[in-house]
Design a protein. Structure first.
Length: 324
């Protein structure tokens, strides 16, 4: 695997590193690539999540925590300089294979440090049954990107408070609750964070590709989209119908449907599910200007939808649209 190196040591905004992933995927004709990054306190929410539903904006403003939307699906996460973020870019387009291969690689690297890590579920790595790494995926033509957290250490109050109410008692209870379900690497190894990063790089990567100043300029151009209010907050228009549902092994969904005279005018689907295809053009556009009936929705949809939303069955999606 090839390690992607920057021509400087300074810490950038999280949006820069998301844009760097895109640059590598779109502009570099290289095989499997990997890099690590750290950021000042930031909450990162998924492509299809409503920021006001997921992020405590008042807490974030008070504690100087940045908020960023990413282009992958999945849930809301907190990152700071005490943990490290991983990015993996590959030419393989098979979602399950890409996820599985990446998570196995990282799990094996942890095991080489004497850490009893195990892959779990659709996107997690666990130690002692506790989550130490959560990962998300998105696809662009010809490339797949997996990125995620590696919890060496972190500010637990910020992690909880940025996503939950600011009441001190609730934050305190939340910290205790979350702490029972997450693992911090520092508790399972004596290696320092900097030495851990160096070990991961040596273990996973055989050579280095260093970006040029011109490459960085292009990354910064890509970054502009991530910084626009339209991308961060979305339009969040009002809809006539709102459905909430959790589908096991798929995720939590919030569906907003705008109706006029019994005809669907717009559909917006939000949640922590994983996108594996173009939800807008291959799914939501097909539902526009059709009757709001089960039969019409079924006929409008493609035969299968699990190549657009991971593990989602067509019938479950129909129920999501039609039934409250």
């Amino acid at each position: 695997m090839i390690y992607i190196e920057l021509p400087f040591d300074e810490t950038r905004r999280l949006t820069f590193y998301l844009s760097m992933e895109e640059f590598v995927a779109r502009h570099l004709d290289l095989d499997d690539c990997f890099f690590m990054w750290q950021v000042e306190p930031t909450v990162i929410f998924g492509r299809n999540q409503l920021i006001e539903n997921e992020v405590n904006l008042d807490y974030c403003r008070k504690h100087h925590i940045n908020t960023v939307r990413r282009k992958s699906g999945g849930g809301c996460v907190y990152a700071d300089m005490s943990n490290v973020m991983f990015s993996y870019i590959t030419k393989d387009e098979n979602v399950n294979f890409t996820f599985g291969r990446y998570i196995d690689m990282v799990t094996q690297t942890l095991c080489k440090l004497g850490v009893d890590a195990k892959a779990s579920g659709r996107n997690d790595i666990l130690i002692d049954g506790k989550k130490v790494s959560g990962n998300a995926f998105y696809h662009i033509p010809g490339r797949s990107i997996v990125h995620g957290t590696m919890l060496y250490d972190t500010n637990m109050e910020n992690m909880v408070g940025s996503i939950t109410p600011t009441d001190a008692k609730l934050v305190s209870k939340g910290v205790k609750s979350v702490r029972q379900h997450i693992a911090l690497l520092k508790d399972y190894t004596d290696i320092s964070l900097e030495d851990f990063k160096a070990f991961v790089r040596r273990d996973l990567c055989e050579r280095t590709h260093r970006l040029t100043d011109e490459d960085v300029r292009i990354v910064e151009e890509i970054e502009r989209e991530y910084l626009t209010p339209e991308f961060i907050y979305g339009s969040n228009p009002r809809y006539s119908v709102v459905h909430h549902r959790r589908i096991e092994n798929v995720g939590d969904f919030e569906v907003r449907i705008e109706l006029k005279n019994g005809i669907i005018k717009a559909v917006n689907v939000m949640g922590d599910f994983f996108l594996t295809g173009d939800i807008d053009n291959r799914l939501l556009e097909l539902l526009k200007n059709i009757p709001y009936t089960e039969e019409a929705v079924r006929q409008a949809l493609p035969p299968k939808v699990d190549d657009i939303i991971m593990n989602l069955k067509k019938e479950d999606f129909i129920k999501l649209i039609i039934n409250p």
